[in-house]
Design a protein around this ligand. Sequence first.
Ligand SMILES: [Zn+2]
Ligand SMILES: [Zn+2]
Length: 284
Amino acid sequence: MISVGVHVSIAGGLDKAVDRAKDRGCDVFQIFSSNPRGWKSRPISVEEAESFAVRFKESGLDLAVDHMPYLPNLASSKQDVYAKSVQALANELGRCQMLGIPYLVTHMGSHLGAGREKGIERIVDALETAFYSVKNEAVLLLENTAGTKNSMGGSFQDIAEILDSLGIRRARLGVCLDTCHLFAAGYELRTQEGLAETLDEFQSSIGMERLKLLHLNDCRGELGSHLDRHEHIGLGLIGETGFRAILSHPALCRLPMILETPVDSRRDDLGNLMAIRRLALELE
Ligand SMILES: [Zn+2]
Ligand SMILES: [Zn+2]
């Protein structure tokens, strides 16, 4: 049995997210605990945190994951944005601690033209600072990106270098692989052989034990197109064949999976959850 779910809204209160995940038949779910398009986040009260934890426990769901807002840029070469970004990361780690959420997903940001080396330096420094200021158990998951211009994290090498530079605190880091981003960045996933080759590269540069979460999204762009356009499961260029390969892989099928697929006239979250469960069932 796979453990799969979707991203849900926290509108009306954090505990409402648990109800939404339950309603959609999720095993796991992801939230933005803060406004995804803002810098400021409303503090979480002790009561609110408790009510979330209680509701989560009662729900029987396997896992809740938090995602960082989009504005922070941990690789930024602009000092003001950078300082705010490190603060936002520390703040979000603290929120995970309050809510008892074990994983926080973050993007690695953009070096804005300053160069990859500078970008990595910035990210490592940001992680060191945030980890130093918030001592908690939440594991920070670096999410791979589609490798658009100046963006960090499009290659396994970027993630490997960050891990290598972190020293002792690397115990607090893991990886979230987004299948749409992987494919758009040029990593083959559509066949068992292609996927095996991609994971061999992941194993030798990062190590499979770091991989904690999958974002399952099909992709509208071609392999290596660097286009970050999510598509419904099976309807994009990864296709059903690709998702069959992913779901039948012994190391991947055991990981929690979050869908970040579109909601439009063709399909909603429930439709994509059904699509992924049907593919998984076919393989049993
Ligand atoms: Zn993301
Ligand atoms: Zn993602």
